[in-house]
Design a protein around this ligand. Structure first.
Ligand code: IPE
Ligand code: IPE
Ligand code: MG
Length: 247
């Protein structure tokens, strides 16, 4: 029985989010510059997106560049932005072939013009695809997103568009950049780090967390299958007792 066959197709997470980490360490292990790892990470993105789409996952969110990553050495940031342009350009075909729609969340205005343009182009070109949405978190951090949401709610209250009595969890969610996207049921982080690094703090309130020591450039379809199999063994109680869950 292959790993893939062990997955119960009726209990798939609708949304998987991934913190793609470890590119730099993977490259250093091979005596190469960090950007070599970022380049190899593209293959992992392609494999993961294909595997998720084939399985019938509806949403795949990939943490590609955080607000804090702007603080890296300028040469690395420049190389990453360039790689993004090339990758989006080259991989649009993969998106078409797999009927995947591209979306992006984050402070996209901070991206270099060319990166921004290429991204918007790919989002527009793939808007009709409906097998899976792949959401790139770019120049994203959760505290940035929550702060922005709070600012917008405050200004809508001031403008009389929102009554403060209306503010509830649903309303707050609707001000997040991920509005219309269900919360991820499964969050994966590669590279053996056990932290969230400012990713989707509001949305992962009840996500199942899965950590693997594999560096992102080594992550392949089988690794995604393993994470899903692990997810399917868990009992999601949402605060209730086990007896309440097992009918
Ligand atoms: C993840 O790999 C990619 C980005 C954050 C852009 P890293 O570049 O963080 O690699 P490590 O964690 O230093 O090995
Ligand atoms: C998190 O990885 C951000 C992305 C994967 C894009 P980092 O490598 O930036 O996280 P820290 O600094 O180790 O927490
Ligand atoms: Mg890292």
């Amino acid at each position: 029985m292959s790993l893939k066959d062990k997955i119960d197709p009726d209990r798939l997470p609708a949304h998987i989010a991934i913190i793609m980490d470890g590119n730099g360490r993977w490259a250093r292990q091979r005596g190469k510059p960090r950007v070599f790892g970022h380049r190899h990470g593209v293959t992992s993105v392609r494999e993961t997106a294909e595997a998720a789409a084939e399985l019938g996952i509806n949403y795949l969110t990939l943490y590609a560049f955080s607000t804090e990553n702007w603080k890296r050495p300028r040469a690395e940031v420049t190389a990453l932005m360039k790689l993004l342009v090339q990758t989006i350009h080259k991989e649009t075909k993969t998106l078409h072939d797999n009927n995947i729609r591209l979306l992006a969340v984050g402070n996209l205005d901070n991206l270099p013009d060319i990166t921004h343009r290429e991204l918007m182009e790919a989002i527009k070109e793939t808007a009709h695809h409906d097998r899976m949405a792949m959401i790139l978190a770019l120049s994203y951090s959760s505290r940035w997103e929550i702060t922005r949401a709070m600012n917008q709610i405050a200004s809508d209250v001031k403008a009389g568009i929102v009554d403060p009595a209306q503010i509830n969890q649903e309303l707050i969610s609707s001000y997040m950049t991920t509005k219309d996207i269900p919360d991820p049921e499964l969050l994966i982080r590669t590279s053996g780090e056990y932290r969230i690094s400012n990713f989707l703090l509001w949305q992962i309130a009840y996500s199942e967390l899965y950590f693997t020591p594999k560096y992102w450039p080594e992550f392949r379809k089988e690794d995604l299958y393993e994470a899903i199999i692990d997810f399917q063994k868990r009992e999601r109680r949402f605060g209730k007792t086990s007896e309440q869950i097992v009918k």
